[in-house]
Design a protein around this ligand. Structure first.
Ligand code: K1U
Ligand code: ZN
Length: 173
């Protein structure tokens, strides 16, 4: 197991479209282990493989509360196959955009098809935080960030702030 660096805005790799997993093999299982270690350490409730620089359609998640036992979930090649008309707004964060939060409106309920670590296919109907987090992570697999759902004014402000910070960091490195 290894801790991986999390890519930070404006890293261009976050805009890549990730590739489907052809076979759930030992390489994918090792990637998933690294992703859980990285996600728990951050800490975060979800992580897409591209956030650690691997453009594969793999997502890890754990929505257990602090006082609850761990509840790790893995979604390989997740695909939204149905969305509700009803919408829900949630204040989202992103490990690739640290310490910035914004209200995002998305479908309140979704059905998602995915593979598990044995390569077995499942379909899940999600609501609440699970629906929000699944949509946020599937967006990552398509190169979309939650700030893309905000107004252009808010998005440009965040982008400018993180671009300046990256420039300062590269000058002092
Ligand atoms: O994909 C990511 O960047 C992870 C992100 C997931 C997410 C959070 C909120 C709404 C949608 C998707 C995070 O985990 S941000 C950190 C966070 O929300 C959190 C961290 C520790 C405890 C509780 C929440
Ligand atoms: Zn994110």
């Amino acid at each position: 197991m290894a801790l991986r660096d999390i890519l930070i805005l404006p890293d261009k790799r976050l805009r890549q479209v990730s590739q489907p997993v052809k076979k759930v093999d030992a390489g994918i299982r090792a990637l998933v282990e690294d992703m859980f270690e990285t996600m728990y350490e951050a800490p975060g409730i979800g992580l897409a493989a591209i956030q650690v620089g691997t453009p594969k359609r793999v997502v890890t998640m754990d929505l257990a509360k602090k006082d609850e036992p761990k509840s790790p979930q893995v979604f390989i090649n997740p695909e939204v196959v149905w969305t509700s008309e009803e919408k829900a707004t949630y204040e989202e964060g992103c490990l690739s955009i640290p310490e910035y939060y914004g209200d995002v409106e998305r479908p309140a309920r979704v059905k998602v098809k995915y593979l598990d670590l044995e390569g077995k296919s499942h379909e899940l109907e999600a609501s609440g935080l699970l629906a929000t987090c699944l949509q946020h992570e599937i967006d990552h697999l398509n190169g979309v960030l939650f700030i893309d759902h905000l107004s252009k004014l808010k998005r440009d402000r965040v982008l400018k702030k993180f671009t300046k910070a990256a420039k300062r960091a590269s000058e002092t490195a």
